[in-house]
Design a protein. Sequence first.
Length: 60
Amino acid sequence: MSLLKFFLSKASDAKAPEADDPLSHPEIAAMSLRQMADLPLNYPAPKPTRYETRPLSKCA
Protein backbone atom coordinates (compact mmCIF):
# COMPACT_ATOMS: atom_id res chain seq x y z
CA MET A 1 0.00 0.00 0.00
CA SER A 2 2.86 2.39 0.72
CA LEU A 3 4.20 1.81 -2.79
CA LEU A 4 0.88 2.88 -4.24
CA LYS A 5 0.88 6.01 -2.06
CA PHE A 6 4.40 6.81 -3.28
CA PHE A 7 3.43 6.71 -6.95
CA LEU A 8 0.15 8.53 -6.43
CA SER A 9 1.88 11.34 -4.55
CA LYS A 10 4.41 11.72 -7.39
CA ALA A 11 1.60 11.83 -9.94
CA SER A 12 -0.27 14.51 -8.01
CA ASP A 13 2.90 16.63 -7.68
CA ALA A 14 3.47 16.67 -11.43
CA LYS A 15 2.28 19.72 -13.34
CA ALA A 16 -0.62 19.34 -15.68
CA PRO A 17 0.45 19.61 -19.33
CA GLU A 18 -2.34 22.13 -19.95
CA ALA A 19 -0.63 24.63 -17.63
CA ASP A 20 2.32 24.97 -20.00
CA ASP A 21 0.18 25.25 -23.12
CA PRO A 22 0.47 28.79 -24.58
CA LEU A 23 -2.75 28.28 -26.55
CA SER A 24 -4.76 28.04 -23.31
CA HIS A 25 -4.24 31.77 -22.66
CA PRO A 26 -7.62 33.57 -22.57
CA GLU A 27 -6.66 36.16 -25.19
CA ILE A 28 -5.55 33.49 -27.64
CA ALA A 29 -8.61 31.35 -26.90
CA ALA A 30 -10.80 34.32 -27.88
CA MET A 31 -9.03 34.83 -31.24
CA SER A 32 -10.41 33.69 -34.55
CA LEU A 33 -8.42 31.29 -36.72
CA ARG A 34 -7.43 34.15 -39.03
CA GLN A 35 -6.07 36.17 -36.11
CA MET A 36 -4.13 33.14 -34.85
CA ALA A 37 -2.66 32.62 -38.32
CA ASP A 38 -1.27 36.16 -38.20
CA LEU A 39 0.64 35.55 -34.96
CA PRO A 40 4.41 35.56 -35.46
CA LEU A 41 6.24 32.29 -34.99
CA ASN A 42 9.58 32.88 -33.34
CA TYR A 43 11.49 30.11 -35.02
CA PRO A 44 15.17 30.80 -35.60
CA ALA A 45 16.25 31.21 -39.20
CA PRO A 46 17.91 28.09 -40.61
CA LYS A 47 21.68 28.20 -40.80
CA PRO A 48 22.99 28.50 -44.35
CA THR A 49 24.68 25.42 -45.73
CA ARG A 50 28.22 25.47 -47.00
CA TYR A 51 26.90 25.62 -50.56
CA GLU A 52 24.83 28.72 -49.81
CA THR A 53 27.79 30.56 -48.28
CA ARG A 54 30.22 29.73 -51.10
CA PRO A 55 31.06 32.74 -53.33
CA LEU A 56 29.41 32.59 -56.74
CA SER A 57 32.66 33.05 -58.65
CA LYS A 58 33.87 29.67 -57.40
CA CYS A 59 30.59 27.93 -58.14
CA ALA A 60 30.20 28.98 -61.77
